[in-house]
Ligand binder design. Structure first.
Ligand code: DOR
Length: 423
């Protein structure tokens, strides 16, 4: 197969050219390639050809919550969103805290055969915060990282142990930062709109305290740590300062934190309920700045699909989360359109950096690499319609929003796993 005439997003520059794919690999990159007999040619004129996008923070809900999502529907949403690799969080039922569940997810992912799926193991058994889970066995079975997802490990001592054990097995801890005693039942950000709506707020410190704690642990132990879905201006600053001191900290944020503010909650729409909560304009701007200056390494969707019954209830009772795989690229593309990032920068944050952080193959267009490629029209305008999501989770605060940037083809190991024209 030849991808002809696209704009190839390389590490430090974009170039016009063709890519030949053979035997699942990128066989040749050249300004112009002549097709050999039997070779398919895909016209990529006007399209971006990127290294396959990687989303390192996704909830697939299987096993246990298949009415929200399952591995097949989640993987279909991933390739539709342009992702060739995703990492799935362990807050399933049973929790991913042993090699059996890791093995199950990998086997199902292989059967589904759409994108590469890498399980993330829980830090503690049952995510109960008491005993470390079977870290070595999970690594052996294919887990790529550890996370207590959806909450923090309350005990700093246990977290320190987790970081040390994880490091011994070549794994990193991905930290959801939230001090439960400060959140204390809060469902939105504590600010003007919490007061206006009467919804219980939670202050930035609930997130920042744990970001600071994880940074302190990483610094004292000289071990790496990754901070999940950063939402506060003060969290961005903590990470920026830590990086400047040489702490091995990396970080991610999500499109909703650089697109929306807590103003979105004013009509009590449960689709805006997410953890951590949407914050203020000051935070949104700091997140953009953090992405610009490299303080924040990655953009992830935190794809958190929920059934309509979990969302179509009063704000206080609704589940936290946004179904994000199918809107992530377009919402992130807005950063390029606004001049905050160029395409190389966007691809670093949506592909190369996640690959580096988790030691995954991918993130680069180079001869000999696996042909994991995402082809997108960077200028096509479309309207988000949750009814058209292939994810079971239709929960998005972006319904009806006009966005720009459309995935055309998602290619995994040289096979087209998604094409917009459906052929
Ligand atoms: O909003 C969220 N939903 N935040 C999380 O941390 C967990 C996620 C979920 O699993 O639904």
């Amino acid at each position: 197969m030849i991808l002809r005439g696209g704009t190839l997003v390389l590490e430090t520059k974009t170039v016009h050219g063709d890519i030949r794919i053979a035997n699942g690999k990128i066989a040749e990159i050249s300004p112009a390639l002549l097709p050999e007999t039997g070779e398919d040619v895909i016209d990529c004129t006007g399209l971006l050809v990127m290294p396959g996008l990687i989303d390192m923070h996704v909830h697939l809900r299987e096993p246990g919550f298949e009415r929200k999502e399952d591995i097949a529907s989640g993987a279909a949403a991933a390739v539709k969103g342009g992702f060739t690799q995703i990492c799935c969080m362990p807050n399933t039922k049973p929790v991913v805290d042993n090699k059996v569940v890791v093995t199950y997810i990998k086997a199902r992912a292989r059967e589904v055969g759409l994108c590469k799926i890498h399980p993330i193991g829980a830090i503690t058994e049952g995510q109960e915060g008491k005993t470390l889970s079977a870290i070595g066995a999970m690594k052996q079975a294919g887990a790529v990282a550890l996370s207590e997802d959806g909450k923090s490990v309350a005990s700093a001592g246990l977290m320190a142990n987790a970081m040390m054990y994880a490091a011994d097995f070549g794994l990193k801890c991905l930290c959801h930062c939230e001090d439960a005693s400060l959140v204390d039942g809060g469902v939105v950000h504590e600010g003007y709109y919490a007061t206006l709506t009467g919804l219980k707020g939670s202050i930035r410190a609930a997130e920042d305290l744990v970001i600071a704690r994880e940074i302190c642990l990483a610094e004292s132990l000289d071990l790496p740590v990754h901070i999940c879905h950063v939402s506060t201006y003060s969290g961005v600053q903590l990470i920026r300062e830590a990086k400047a001191r040489g702490v091995k900290v990396t970080a991610e944020t999500c499109p909703h934190y650089f697109t929306l503010t807590d103003e979105a909650i004013k009509d009590f729409d449960p689709m805006t309920k997410v953890n951590p909560p949407l914050r203020e304009e000051r935070d949104r701007l700091a997140i953009v700045e953090g992405l610009k200056d490299g303080t924040i390494d990655c953009i992830v969707s935190d794809h958190a699909p929920h059934h309509a019954d979990d969302k179509n209830v009063e704000y206080n009772y609704a589940a936290f989360g946004i179904s994000g795989l199918e809107t992530s690229f377009a919402l992130s593309n807005a950063l390029v359109k606004a001049g905050a990032l160029d395409y190389c920068g966007l691809v670093r944050r949506m592909s190369a950096n996640p690959a580096k952080i988790l030691f995954l193959e991918g993130g680069k267009i180079e001869e000999g690499a696996a042909a994991d490629l995402t082809v997108a029209d960077p200028d096509e305008v479309w309207t988000v319609d949750p009814a058209a999501f292939v994810s079971k989770g239709k929960n998005t605060p972006f319904a009806g929003r006009e966005v720009c940037g459309k995935i055309k083809y998602t290619i995994v190991d040289g096979e087209i796993k998604y094409r917009e024209d459906g052929r």
